[in-house]
Design a protein around this ligand. Structure first.
Ligand code: DX5
Ligand code: ZN
Length: 215
């Protein structure tokens, strides 16, 4: 099954609750929430209070993308704040296997994210433990950047590996996803598409409908 996961990073934070409701009312099942620490990535975005607030208003699956160093310090807190999927960056974890086990112990779904230049071999020995792999298709830190074309091949390689190993792992792509490249990204093998600016800039409901036509 293919999903659109709107990223609230591009929402209007002065009316975040309303923007989230519009997404949910228009059939969105997964909400992508970007947490940035100003260290792993240059920017700082949002944290526990924001997630807790929107959790009270929404029944969507909360897909929390942690762009923070040493995320093991906060896994339990994000689980309590309302995350359903917790994704950590392989580059940000000294003991990735341990951090994955920590996420699993919370009972939440577990994802690992890879930056564009990080090889898929970073997933060797842990892929079977994951519900989802997040392939960054831009360098993380900001919305509104352009999709890096070399990532089509990376998606294809990962999908091939997941199929060869008969796994059910989801492949999420994040960064520069638009209606115009959705077809190629799906064809390469991704099944969860994060879109920030393409959903929250302009008419949110109309933008979602455009994606839904091709998902
Ligand atoms: C970037 C974030 C993305 C961001 C995507 O570091 O992880 O989720 O919101 O934004 P767009 O879709 O505008 O590239
Ligand atoms: Zn993200």
């Amino acid at each position: 099954m293919n999903y659109l996961a709107p990223s609230i990073l591009s929402a209007d934070f002065s009316r975040l609750g309303e923007d989230v409701s519009v997404a949910e009312e228009n059939g969105v099942a997964i909400l992508h929430i970007d947490v940035m620490d100003g260290m792993f990535v240059p920017s700082i975005s949002l944290g526990f209070p924001v997630i807790e607030s929107i959790r009270k208003k929404s029944g969507m699956v909360f897909d929390v993308h942690l762009m923070i160093r040493e995320p093991e310090r906060y896994i339990e807190r994000f689980a309590q704040s309302g995350a359903d999927i917790i994704t950590v960056h392989a580059e940000a974890c000294t003991h990735l296997h341990r951090t994955i086990q920590q996420i699993r112990q919370t009972g939440k779904k577990c994802g690992v994210a890879l930056n564009p230049a990080t090889p898929l071999s970073a997933l060797d020995y842990v892929l079977k433990d994951l519900d989802m792999v997040l392939l960054m298709t831009v360098n993380p830190g900001f919305g509104g950047q352009s999709f890096i074309p070399a990532m089509y091949e990376k998606i294809r390689e990962l999908r091939g590996r997941i199929e060869r190993e008969s796994l059910k792992t989801d492949i999420e792509v994040d960064g520069g996803i638009k209606v115009s490249n959705t077809g190629r990204v799906l064809e390469a093998g991704a099944n969860i598409l994060v879109a920030g600016s393409a959903v929250f800039e302009g008419d949110i409901a109309a933008n979602i409908r455009e994606f839904q036509k091709i998902l």
